[in-house]
Design a protein around this ligand. Structure first.
Ligand code: AMP
Length: 117
């Protein structure tokens, strides 16, 4: 089933694409939580981390290499950044097309918010 991210990859939906190659596409998050907030997604429709197979090894590795390149490109490689991958309900995943958030440009604070209750 095609996701909103597949439509961005194919150019059907607009997005600010900052990087694209044969395996992954990266574009700016529509609701950024930091000065730099980019989503790196495999071009193949892989819903979640749970769906990754050995055949996806190159695409999964390429997501990290793209993150490294984009961080450099955005000027935050030295100051630092955070890479986040949410999986399913408890992970807070909203779009079921695997993606890595690259966030930076400010201090990120604690890695995980504490439950409010
Ligand atoms: P997650 O909660 O990990 O599934 O993250 C989904 C992310 O996709 C959120 O940060 C959204 O702001 C972002 N998002 C949803 N629709 C779009 C879109 N059309 N273009 C860019 N980012 C989007």
């Amino acid at each position: 089933m095609s996701t909103i991210f597949s439509k961005i990859i194919s150019g059907e939906l607009p997005a600010t694409i900052v990087y694209q190659d044969d395996l992954v596409t990266a574009f700016r998050d529509i609701h950024p939580v930091a000065p730099v907030h980019i989503l790196i997604v495999p071009n193949a429709e892989i819903p979640t981390v749970n769906d990754l197979t050995e055949g996806d090894e190159r695409a999964a590795g390429r997501m990290f290499l793209a993150a490294r390149k984009i961080a450099e490109q955005e000027g935050i490689a030295e100051s630092g950044y955070r890479l986040i991958v949410n999986c399913n309900r408890d992970g807070g995943q909203e779009v079921y097309h695997l993606h890595m958030h690259l966030v930076g440009g400010r201090r990120m604070g604690p890695i995980v918010a504490r439950p409010s209750d």
